[in-house]
Design a protein around this ligand. Structure first.
Ligand code: NAP
Length: 256
């Protein structure tokens, strides 16, 4: 795979890594990438709704993870619901007995939402439902995992918020997507201010060849010329391995 595996002897430690939206697209690529960088005894938790895709991913990772003594669990839940968030926290808690030195939470799950003009969003329930997955669940899940693994000096703690250029840039007909990404950016900046022992990174991964990107092309006609998810995943991993970004930073694939 990427250069980082062959040339970088560093690792992410003996960690627990939780990836939301791991069944497809960027999250799935991240699961592959992270699995090569965790030390033996680490735990990888893969979260999304599609149980069959998560099962398939677990199998894909199996031969390598067995050899690396890496435990991989999947959690098939809807993160827009209280049950989904609570179940993810519950499973993470079961792993808290293991000796780990790094908690890495990657808040990646998201949806595009309705691509429509501002004036069409009259349905409060539709808006709330969108924000429930794309804003509230990232807050409630991160808070839950922070409680399961309280900060201590010998524990590295990293939270990644998978962001977008649209956290910074307004795009017509993308009001819910832009709003959610902007809210998440601020949410994780507050976490960085509050918790000096938690390293927080908002990472804008650039246009990638995923279902979400296909939907953007189909619904808007805009071709952002996506590239493979693995390229962006490798860049994010390099940022985490170097670990020299300021906590709370919002970094873009094209600028790092
Ligand atoms: P994607 O292909 O649509 O995948 C989204 C992931 O989120 C899937 O694994 C999906 O799994 C999961 N998910 C969606 N709704 C969920 C729910 N209610 N509960 C639990 N999991 C849910 O998207 P992607 O393109 O990989 O995007 C990943 C991240 O990158 C997102 O945060 C996106 O905003 C960001 N991003 C993407 C691009 C791009 O060009 N693709 C550009 C900039 C930023 P299930 O359907 O199985 O639940």
């Amino acid at each position: 795979m990427s250069d980082i595996y062959s040339t970088n002897p560093r690792t992410l430690g003996r960690g627990i890594c939780i990836i939301t939206g791991a069944s497809k697209g960027f999250g799935r690529a991240l699961a592959h990438t992270v699995s090569h960088l965790l030390k033996p005894g680490s735990v990888l938790l893969l979260v999304a709704r599609s149980e069959n895709l998560l099962q398939e991913l677990q199998k894909e990772l199996q031969s390598f993870t067995e050899q690396q003594q890496l435990v991989v669990h999947y959690i098939a839940v809807d993160l827009s619901t209280r049950e989904g968030v609570n179940e993810t926290v519950r499973v993470a808690k079961q792993e808290a007995v293991n000796e780990i030195d790094h908690v890495l939470l990657i808040n990646n799950a998201a949806s595009l939402g309705n691509i429509s003009r501002f004036a069409s969003f009259t349905d409060l329930e539709e808006v709330n439902s969108y924000l429930s997955l794309n804003v509230s669940s990232a807050l409630a899940l991160t808070a839950g995992i922070l409680q399961v693994f309280p900060c201590r000096p010998d524990l590295r703690w990293t939270v990644v918020n998978v962001s977008s250029i649209f956290a910074l840039q307004a795009l017509p007909s993308m009001v819910v997507y832009c709003t959610a990404k902007a809210a998440r950016k601020m949410m994780f900046q507050v976490l960085a201010e509050e918790e000096p022992n938690v390293k927080v990174l908002s990472y804008s991964p650039g246009p990638m060849d995923t279902e979400m990107q296909k939907d953007i092309l189909r619904l808007t006609g805009i071709n952002y010329h996506p590239f493979p998810c693995q390229e962006s995943a490798a860049k994010l991993m390099k940022l985490l391995l170097d670990n020299d970004f300021p906590s709370g930073a919002h970094l873009d694939f094209f600028k790092v």
